[in-house]
Ligand binder design. Structure first.
Ligand code: FAD
Ligand code: PYC
Length: 402
């Protein structure tokens, strides 16, 4: 059916690596591609390679459940995620690529009195930070989500609702950033694993890859679940644990759920994609590892929770299940930072929640690399916080159990 479109041009090139770049970015996920795009667009650095061991957007970018929100508790994170939210609101236009950002709202259910207090506190904190949020009563939840059973084993007492939150098309985010970066002269080099990081006299020299040595003035690592593997190549230890996080989708069904519903207490969340699949996930698998599958136990627990909240979905068939590897920091916040090695930067630790940050993460990381100094928005997320003790505990707002 598409054969008459055979002459469509490629959205990006597939160049061989040059011998040297100003900046080599390791990892062509959403964050790496966004970093390249903003470095080229805002900071005028065009001699950039994004080096990817597999195919672009094949990591967590393609595996996540696309929830976008900015309702984090502490000032530092609320401001960082809100920057990302503002970029999302103009992203399709900026990239000239429809990333299908749909602000259908994100609801976080409260099932206990303590959750009610924590949730209301977070809404108030959000409002002080200019982040939208409101408290929904049981009746308001029922009106928005008629399918929900509010009186299951853990009755629902209310919920927070961020109306500007929602979902986006994850692949389109990677493809949109890739095409826009490519058009600005960035080389995206796929099937090219980084195998070693070379340094000399405390400064970066370049990276060894499956396609040979690439010299670089600066190397910026954005490798999500494999960040600590790459840090090890540079002789650095990062405070990260890599865990599988699973998701699954059902067969497509008629429109039934028009928002995103998350419950930390029973451990499951659900939304419905534009093509009708129910998109479902829960907390991390508790063991560490790099297998992109996950255990049966977590997925069964997730579906039990979904059926408790939505009994009418009990006969819906599931189509696909998968896992991604998420890199989790002790405070459930990212590291966006320079390192002790001159010219080496890391952007990692987004754990279960980095998709929503994709444009903001790229934006602040590009600033950090170009200026060799963090932007005020990401200064609190420097690696130094693990020495100073100024951690930013966002386990509560992570909304996915760690
Ligand atoms: P990735 O897409 O994983 O990019 C990293 C890239 O680095 C990969 O392409 C990888 O191949 C490459 N790489 C690794 N090692 C090397 C090497 N040696 N050489 C070269 N390249 C290398 N977040 C949300 O905000 N909302 C959600 O709803 C949400 N749901 C999730 C559900 C699941 C099941 C999972 C797994 C994650 C979810 N997340 C969510 C988290 C989110 O997906 C991640 O935090 C975010 O995508 C990470 O950034 P990234 O997209 O750049 O990572
Ligand atoms: O961070 O909102 C989130 C999220 C939802 C599912 C996985 N992460």
């Amino acid at each position: 059916g598409l054969s008459h479109n055979e002459k469509w041009g490629r959205a990006w090139h597939s160049p061989e690596p040059k011998r040297e770049y100003d900046v080599v970015i390791v990892g062509a996920g959403g964050h790496g591609l966004a970093t390249a795009y903003y470095l080229a667009k805002i900071h005028g650095i065009r001699n950039i390679a994004v080096v990817e061991k597999g195919w672009l957007g094949g990591g967590n970018t393609a595996r996540n459940t696309t929830i976008v929100r900015s309702n984090y508790l502490w000032d530092e994170s609320a401001q960082l995620y809100e920057k990302a939210m503002q970029l999302w609101e103009g992203l399709s236009r900026d990239l000239n690529y429809n990333v299908m950002f749909s602000q259908r709202g994100v609801m976080n259910l409260a099932h206990t009195l303590q959750e009610v207090r924590d949730t209301q506190r977070r809404i108030n904190a959000n409002l002080y930070n200019g982040v939208d949020g409101e408290w929904l009563s049981r009746e308001q939840i029922r009106q928005q989500v008629p399918l929900i059973n509010l009186d299951s084993r853990y009755p629902v007492l209310g919920a927070s609702f961020q109306r500007r939150g929602g979902v986006a098309r994850h692949d389109a985010v990677a493809w949109g950033f890739a095409r826009a970066a490519d058009q600005l002269g960035v080389d995206i080099i796929q099937n090219c694993p980084v195998t070693h990081i070379r340094k000399k006299d405390g400064a970066i020299e370049g990276v060894d890859t499956g396609k040979g040595f690439i010299r670089a003035k600066k190397v910026a690592v954005v490798a999500a679940g494999h960040s600590s593997v790459i840090a090890d190549m540079a002789g650095i230890r990062l405070p990260l644990e890599s865990h599988p996080l699973q998701a699954l989708v059902s067969e497509p069904v008629k429109p039934a759920i028009n928002t995103v519903i998350m419950s930390n207490a029973v451990h499951a969340y659900i939304s419905q994609s534009d093509k009708g699949d129910l998109v479902i996930g829960a907390g991390i698998d508790q063991y560490t590892g790099y297998g992109q599958r996950g255990s049966f136990q977590s997925i069964e627990h997730t579906l039990q929770a979904i059926v408790e909240m939505f009994p009418s979905l009990s006969r819906v068939r599931m189509n696909r299940q998968w896992g991604g590897i998420v890199d989790i920091c002790p405070d459930a916040c990212p590291i966006i930072s320079k390192t002790a090695i001159k010219g080496l930067y890391f952007n990692c630790g987004w754990g279960t929640g980095g998709f929503k940050a994709t444009p903001g993460s790229g934006w602040v990381f590009a600033h950090t690399i170009a200026n060799d100094e963090p932007h005020p928005l990401n200064a609190p997320f420097s690696i130094d916080r693990f020495y100073t003790g100024h951690l930013i505990d966002e386990h509560g707002a992570a909304a996915v159990a760690h």
